[in-house]
Ligand binder design. Structure first.
Ligand code: ZN
Length: 162
C-alpha cells in the first residue's frame, strides 16, 4: 500500500477584543472575544492542514507558495491556500485517508464548535466527517499560549495513492 504521512504546525498571535467578534477556524466562522493577528485571514487550522498535505506530497511549506511579503496575500482567504495544497495532492494522484487536528489554545474553547469545524473541513477536503478529528488542549496556563498571547495548531494527514 502506498501511504504518505504529513505534519503541519502553525502559530499565531491573538489579541483580546472589546466585544465578541468572529474568528475563522477550519474554514468556518466562530464567535470569540479574541482575534488572530495574521497577514491572511489567520485560519490557523487551514494553515497547519495545508502544510501537512504539502508535507505528505514532498512539497515545500505554504510560505513558499504564499509568501507574507507579497501584498496580494494580505487578508487572503485561507481556503485558497488549502485548495492549492489539494490541487497539488490530486495532481500527484494522492487522496486523503484521514486528518487529525489538535488546537493548542487557552482561548477560544472549541467544544461548542468542534462539529461545525469537522463538517467544514470534511466539506473543503471532499471527505466524510468520520475521516476528520478536531481536538484541543491547553498548556495549563504556561507560556505564551497559557497567557493568551498566541495559539498553535498541529495537523497530521495520511494520504493514499491511486
Ligand atoms: Zn498561519
Amino acid at each position: 500500500m502506498n501511504l504518505r504521512i504529513g505534519n503541519g504546525i502553525d502559530f499565531h498571535k491573538i489579541e483580546k477584543l472589546d466585544e465578541e467578534g468572529l474568528m475563522v477556524l477550519g474554514g468556518t466562522t466562530i464567535r470569540s472575544y479574541y482575534k488572530i493577528i495574521a497577514h491572511s485571514d489567520g485560519d490557523i487550522v487551514l494553515h497547519a492542514l495545508s502544510d501537512a498535505i504539502l508535507g505528505a506530497c514532498g512539497e515545500a511549506d505554504i510560505g513558499y507558495f504564499f509568501p507574507d511579503t507579497d501584498q496580494k496575500n494580505k487578508n487572503l482567504d485561507s481556503k485558497v491556500i488549502l485548495n492549492k495544497a489539494l490541487e497539488i495532492m490530486k495532481s500527484k494522484n494522492y487522496y486523503i485517508l484521514n486528518i487529525d487536528i489538535t488546537l493548542v489554545a487557552e482561548v477560544p474553547k472549541i467544544n461548542l464548535y468542534r462539529d461545525q469545524i469537522k463538517e467544514s473541513l470534511a466539506q473543503l477536503c471532499k471527505i466524510s466527517k468520520d475521516q476528520v478529528s478536531v481536538k484541543a488542549t491547553t498548556t495549563e496556563k504556561m507560556g505564551f499560549i497559557g497567557q493568551k498571547e498566541g495559539i498553535a495548531c498541529f495537523a497530521s494527514v495520511l494520504l493514499g495513492k491511486n
